[in-house]
Design a protein around this ligand. Structure first.
Ligand code: NOJ
Length: 538
C-alpha cells in the first residue's frame, strides 16, 4: 500500500449525532461519554474517521448549527474534559475525529448578537458590525431562500436595533459579517481552539454564503474564496495536516473552486452525484451518473471528494433540474410528509423499500466510484425514519443498539428521550438493532463491515482514476478504477432483472475481491442488483 497518500483519500467516514448516539447518564440525550463507550463498535465497523455534528452550546433550534458559544461543549453533551477524553480514546483506537465549524451564522442567542443588536449593551461598540444589518429589507434580492418551508425572506426585523439583519438559513440564525476583519479573526481563533483540542479535521458548514454583494446571488463570491484560502493558510501554518472539508452544495463547476489549486479545502462533498445514484438505480440506467461525472472536473492531487448517500439533512434535490426533482419526489417521496424544502426527509433503508440488495448496491457504488465515502449513523443497520417528526428530526432518531428499553440508547423513561425511538414496523428497534445483526454474517451491518474492510485493502478505490467500461448494457454501472499497478473493474447491476454482460478478457481472469471467487471468460451473469469488484489477474 502506498504511504504517500493523504489519509483522507482512502478513509471511510462516519457521521454521528451525539444527541442520538448513546446516552451514558440516563437523561434521555446522547452525550460524549456515550460516544466513548461505543468507540469499539465504530472501530470494529472499520471506519477511519468520525464526524461529530455540532457539539457546542446552542439552543438547538437547528440541532447545534445555531451556535451560541463557539468554544465550549453543550452542557447536555458533557464538558471540555469529556471532549478531551473522547479525543484520546478516538486516537487510541487509531481513529480520527472531525468537528464542525459553523462560520456563516450564529444563534441569535450568541453573546455577539446580543451585543450587536442592543445599542445600550456595554459591548455594543465592539460587536455592532459583527452581523449584516440594514435599514431596508430590499438589499441582495438576488439571493435565493434556502429553507423555503420556513422562511419568507433572508431579512428579519430586530425591534431592539430597529433594523433588519441578514440570514441565509433560519431567522434565528443571523449571518456573520465577513466584511468585518474582527469576524474573520474570530473564526480563525475558533478553528485554532479546536485544533488545540486535538481534532484531525474540520467540516466547514455552508461556506458559499459568507459574503454578500449587490447584483449577485451572494454565493461562491471571490471574497468568500479569499477568506477560505486565508483559513487554509492559517491551518497550514498552525497545524499542517488538519483536514478541511467543506459543505458547498453547488454544481461541480462551482464546487471545484473550493479546492482552489490545492490551497483551499482538502475535501468537498459531491452533492450533485448523490441524487443521481438514486436516479440511476430507480431507472436501471447509469446515464444520470455518467452525465454528472462528465461535468465533474479533475481535482488537484491532494484533494478528494466526499461522497454520501444520506446525511442528517433532507436528501437535497437542489442540484437537479426541476423535472428531475419532481421525478425524484414522485419516485422516492410519494407522501407529502416525506418532502422538505427542496428535498426528501427519509433514511436510506426506507428509500430502498428495505431491500438489502438495493441498499448494498448503492453502498457498492458509494465505496468504489471515487471519493471518500461518508456513512450516516444507523444506516449501517438499515434504520428507519419517522416522517411525523418536524423538520429533519425524523432522520435523527436514537441509535438502535438492542431490543431492550429505548433500543439500548438510554435508560431514561421513554417520555424523557429527546426524540422517540423508531417503534413502527418494519424498522422498529426490536427488529432493527445492532445486537441482532452483530452475529449474523448476512446482516446489513456485517455486509457493510466487510465492504469497508475490503475497500481498505485496495487504495485504488480512494485514489484511482475512473473510466466507464462498456459492457453492453447501461443498466450495469461498470467502470475501471486504476492506481499505480492496481486495477479494479466494478460491475453494479442497477436492474431488477438478471443481466449477462461482456467484459474484457484477462489472461488470468478476475477475482471478485469481496468473496475471492474467480471469474473467467467474457460473459458474466449478474443477478438482480448484484455487484462485483473484480481484480484482473495477470
Ligand atoms: C448545513 C447543515 O448541514 C444543516 O443541518 C443546517 O441546518 C444548515 N447548514 C444551517 O446551518
Amino acid at each position: 500500500m502506498s504511504t504517500s497518500l493523504p489519509w483522507y483519500k482512502t478513509a471511510v467516514f462516519y457521521e454521528l449525532y451525539v444527541r442520538a448516539f448513546n446516552d451514558s447518564n440516563g437523561d434521555g440525550w446522547g452525550d460524549l461519554q456515550g460516544v466513548i463507550e461505543k468507540l469499539d463498535y465504530l472501530r470494529d465497523l472499520g471506519v477511519d474517521c468520525i464526524w461529530l455534528l455540532p457539539i457546542a452550546p446552542s439552543p438547538l433550534r437547528d440541532d447545534g448549527y445555531d451556535v451560541s458559544d463557539y468554544c465550549d461543549i453543550h452542557p447536555m453533551y458533557g464538558k471540555m474534559d469529556d471532549f478531551r477524553r473522547l479525543v484520546k480514546a478516538v486516537h487510541a483506537r487509531g481513529l480520527r475525529l472531525l468537528v464542525e465549524l459553523v462560520p456563516n451564522h450564529t444563534s441569535d442567542q450568541h453573546a455577539w448578537f446580543q451585543a450587536s443588536r442592543d445599542p445600550n449593551h456595554p459591548e455594543h461598540e465592539t460587536y455592532k458590525d459583527y452581523y449584516v444589518w440594514s435599514e431596508t429589507p430590499e438589499r441582495y434580492q438576488g439571493a435565493r431562500i434556502i429553507f423555503l418551508d420556513t422562511e419568507k425572506s433572508n431579512w428579519s426585523y430586530d425591534p431592539v436595533r430597529k433594523a433588519y439583519y441578514w440570514h441565509r438559513f433560519f431567522s434565528h440564525q443571523p449571518d456573520l459579517n465577513y466584511d468585518n476583519p474582527a469576524v474573520q479573526r474570530a473564526m480563525l481563533r475558533t478553528i485554532q481552539f479546536w485544533i488545540d483540542e486535538g481534532v484531525d479535521g474540520i467540516r466547514v458548514d455552508a461556506p458559499p454564503y459568507l459574503f454578500e454583494r449587490e447584483g449577485t446571488n451572494c454565493e461562491n463570491l471571490p471574497e468568500t474564496h479569499l477568506f477560505l484560502k486565508r483559513l487554509r493558510a492559517f491551518v497550514e501554518a498552525y497545524a499542517p495536516g488538519t483536514m478541511l472539508l467543506s459543505e458547498a452544495n453547488q454544481w461541480p463547476e462551482d464546487v471545484i473552486h473550493y479546492f482552489g489549486t490545492g490551497d483551499e479545502m482538502h475535501m468537498n462533498f459531491h452533492f450533485p452525484l448523490m441524487p443521481r445514484l438514486y436516479m440511476a438505480l430507480a431507472k436501471a440506467d447509469r446515464a444520470p451518473i455518467e452525465a454528472i461525472l462528465e461535468r465533474t472536473p479533475a481535482l488537484p492531487e491532494v484533494c478528494q471528494w466526499g461522497t454520501f448517500l444520506r446525511c442528517h439533512d433532507e436528501l437535497t434535490l437542489e442540484m437537479v433540474t426541476p423535472d428531475e426533482r419532481q421525478w425524484m419526489w414522485e419516485t422516492y417521496a410519494p407522501d407529502a410528509r416525506m418532502r422538505l424544502n427542496l428535498g426528501i426527509r427519509r433514511r436510506l433503508a426506507p428509500l430502498m423499500n428495505n431491500d438489502p440488495r438495493k441498499i448494498m448496491l448503492l453502498n457498492s457504488m458509494l465505496f468504489t466510484m471515487g471519493g471518500s465515502p461518508f456513512l450516516y449513523y444507523g444506516d449501517e443497520i438499515g434504520m428507519g425514519d419517522n416522517i411525523w417528526l418536524d423538520d429533519r428530526n425524523g432522520v435523527r432518531t436514537p441509535m438502535q443498539w438492542h431490543d431492550g428499553l429505548n433500543g439500548g440508547f438510554s435508560n431514561a423513561a421513554p417520555e424523557k428521550l429527546y426524540a422517540p425511538v423508531i417503534s413502527a414496523a418494519p424498522f422498529e428497534y426490536a427488529t432493527v438493532n445492532v445486537a441482532r445483526q452483530e452475529h449474523n454474517p448476512e446482516s446489513l451491518l456485517n455486509k457493510t463491515r466487510h465492504m469497508i474492510a475490503t475497500r481498505r485493502q485496495h487504495p485504488v478505490f480512494g485514489a484511482g482514476s475512473f473510466r466507464w467500461a462498456d459492457v453492453g448494457s447501461d443498466a450495469v454501472a461498470a467502470y475501471w478504477r486504476e492506481y499505480q499497478e492496481s486495477q479494479m473493474l466494478v460491475l453494479n447491476n442497477l436492474s431488477e432483472q438478471a443481466m449477462t454482460v461482456s467484459i474484457e478478457t484477462r489472461p488470468g481472469g478476475y477475482v471478485n475481491v469481496l468473496d475471492q471467487k474467480p471469474f473467467n471468460g467474457q460473459q458474466i451473469r449478474l443477478e438482480p442488483y448484484q455487484y462485483l469488484w473484480l481484480a484482473p489477474q495477470g
